[in-house]
Design a protein around this ligand. Structure first.
Ligand code: ASP
Length: 118
């Protein structure tokens, strides 16, 4: 166990202040320029998603959120919800979702997309 101060960073605090000033919920990737996917330039930092197909035809999907700033306390994004932000079905497709995930949760987006291919 550590004190809450352990998790404080000036960078994250400043991002929260900017989002509060705009009274806006922001994707963490919004505050960076999206002009390049070169990881070494650190310009686009958002969701990390992966899908895989093994030699036996098994599909897998994984999603790690890029995060949201100024979100409601206790909000859970779509990324960890199977069917919403992440879904895989050997009979159809593997899917991961990025962006503001509230609507993905309401419509169970990853599962719905996968269902189209069945
Ligand atoms: N989809 C995520 C959420 O709504 C944000 C992201 O990483 O794209 O929490």
């Amino acid at each position: 166990m550590v004190d809450q101060k352990y998790f404080f960073t000036q960078f994250r605090y400043d991002a929260l202040q900017r989002a509060n000033e705009k009274q806006k919920l922001m994707l963490d990737s919004e505050k960076t320029k999206k002009t390049s996917l070169n990881l070494y330039e650190r310009q686009y930092l958002g969701t990390v998603g992966a899908i895989a197909l093994d030699k036996n035809g098994n599909l897998a999907a994984a999603t790690s959120t890029g995060g949201m700033t100024n979100k409601m306390t206790g909000r859970i994004g779509n990324s960890p919800i199977i069917g919403s932000g992440t879904y895989a079905d050997n009979a159809s497709a593997a899917v991961y979702c990025t962006g503001t995930g509230d609507i993905y949760i309401r419509v169970n987006a990853a599962h719905e997309v996968s269902s189209i291919y069945k």
